[in-house]
Structures are given as C-alpha cells and as structure tokens.
Design a protein around this ligand. Structure first.
Ligand SMILES: [Zn+2]
Length: 289
C-alpha cells in the first residue's frame, strides 16, 4: 500500500514554537538554511525513488524560486504551507484569504505550478477555524491536510478520526487527509505521523503505527520538516518545552526517514487520495463531532 510522505518547507526559525523568541520582522536578518536542508531531503528521496508532497511556505518560495523549481522538476507534488506561517485561528477570514492568495501567487511565480493541496501552519485548522476550509476551496484547493486528530495544547480535532474523507463545504468538496494516528481507546488517539513524534520516539513506534493503519486498508500520512534533519542548526528556542519539541532527536532523524523510505512505499498526497465522489459530509457535522 502506498502511504503519503510530506515535507513542510520552511526555515528553522519559522516553527510556531519559536514565535515568542523571533518576530517575523527579524526573519530576513537571519541566515537562511532552507535550501541546503531541503536539497538533502531531495537527495534522500531520489536515492529511494520516493515521490512526496512538498508544502511550501510562500515566504520561502519568493526567496528560493530555483529550489521550488527543482522540487517540481524532480516529480514531487507542490503544495502550499501558507505565506507567513501564521496560525489560522489567530486570523480573520479576510486575513487568511489574503495570506493564502499571496502564497499561491509566490509558488506560481517560482515554479509555474498552482498548488492544489494545503497544509496549515501547526495544524491550525481546529474546531474554531473550520471556516478556513471553505476559503481553501474558493482559492482552488482540492485537498487539505491540516487536521491532526489528537489532543494537543495548540491544535487537534481528536474526534475527526483517522480516515481521509471528502468534506462538503458551502463552496464545494474538499478531500481532508488527516495526519496518521492510531486508536488507543474509544476516546484516545496516538500520534504516528511525525514530525516531532518521529524524532522523539523510537523508529519502531512509527513503523508499527503505519503497519497497523495499513492493516485497516488505510494509507498513513507522514510529515517532517527539512530543518529536522539538520543537527547543526542554530538553537533559538528558549523555554525547555520548546527546546524539547524542536531539537530533541535531530541527529537520528535522517536515519529514521531513510528507514521509512526503505520499509514503506510512498506517493504524493493527491495521487494516494485522488478526488473521490463528493460525500455529503457537511462541515457542521465535523464541528459537532
Ligand atoms: Zn510549518
């Protein structure tokens, strides 16, 4: 069975964990590492013959158009990871639309590809921001992978469940592909899909989780960031919890991704989940889960 491997392409200073230490106004003054870090990921995928989905930050696409072109030329799917990595539930619908349109434009300008798959910064499509899915459809997206069906202090809709499904928004259908989880009990879901969990936990935990999901005839959606494969990156997070979440397991991450690519088959998100027939699953039902 083909699973999905996805890469959220952003700089080491973009994660939400670092928001309190580095304002967006300082981004342009910091050394850029996204290009060499992402090229290492491209090399790794090339050696294993893996095709992935790369969710690009518009801010990165504007500054590294050659990198974006090379990702597309290597046969990977081009997705969108917003423009400025702002959490959706902190934005108004108008601000979210502006950010999304700007990101699409930056990605199109860089590589000539219009992204059809979206991933929110820090999985910030929650029960409070489901309105964003309708805007994504209006912006031309057919797929979204922004719901992590777990409980977390910053994101998550645990009741969404582990299966991909077509949601019926007022503007049309959208295939929602949640990040991989396994069910521990009726009310508890365990994260499997990455990126911090892949770094923090032993490889066998992730591998066993993917196998369990596949036994139920479901593909697993896995993600990581290029900076997670770089143990030499500057350490900018301050609080102990942010340092734990951001920097633990960096040295073993590359070998874990290598093992994933050896042990499992992967494909791009929209190829693994081609748009199915629309299912009348209204967003209000998700919100009421
Ligand atoms: Zn991100």
């Amino acid at each position: 069975m083909k699973n999905i491997i996805s890469v959220d392409v952003e700089e080491y200073f973009h994660p939400t964990e670092l928001e309190g230490c580095i304002s967006a106004g300082r981004w342009t003054s910091l050394p850029s590492l996204v290009e060499p870090q992402t090229r290492q990921v491209l090399d790794l995928f090339s050696r294993h013959g893996v095709k992935a989905t790369f969710f690009l930050l518009g801010w990165v696409a504007e500054r590294h158009p050659k990198l974006v072109r090379d990702i597309a030329a290597a046969g990977h799917e081009i997705g969108c990871h917003s423009y400025a990595h702002r959490l959706i539930y902190t934005l108004t619908p108008a601000e979210f639309r502006d950010d999304t349109v700007r990101a699409i434009q930056a990605i199109e300008d860089a590589c000539g590809v219009t992204p059809r798959a979206y991933r929110a910064p820090s999985y910030s499509v929650t029960a409070q921001s489901l309105w964003a899915l309708e805007i994504l459809v209006e912006c031309g997206f057919t797929h979204d992978s922004s719901i992590y069906p777990i409980s977390h202090d910053r994101y998550g809709i645990p009741e969404f469940g582990s299966r991909a499904r077509t949601l019926w928004t007022p503007s049309g259908p959208l295939v929602e592909v949640p990040i991989a989880t396994v069910k521990l009990s009726e009310s508890r879901m365990a994260p499997v899909g990455g990126g911090g969990y892949l770094r923090l936990l032993p490889y066998r935990y992730t591998a066993a989780g993917i196998r369990r999901i596949n036994r139920h005839e479901q593909p697993a959606c896995i993600y990581f960031h290029p900076w997670e494969l770089d143990p030499e990156q500057p350490r900018m997070a301050r609080s102990w919890i942010s340092r734990l979440r951001t920097y633990t397991g960096l040295t073993s991450m590359r070998s874990k991704v290598e093992r994933l690519c050896t042990d499992f088959e992967f494909g791009p998100l929209t190829a693994v989940h081609p748009t199915p027939e629309p299912v009348d699953h209204p967003l209000t039902a998700v919100a009421a889960c």
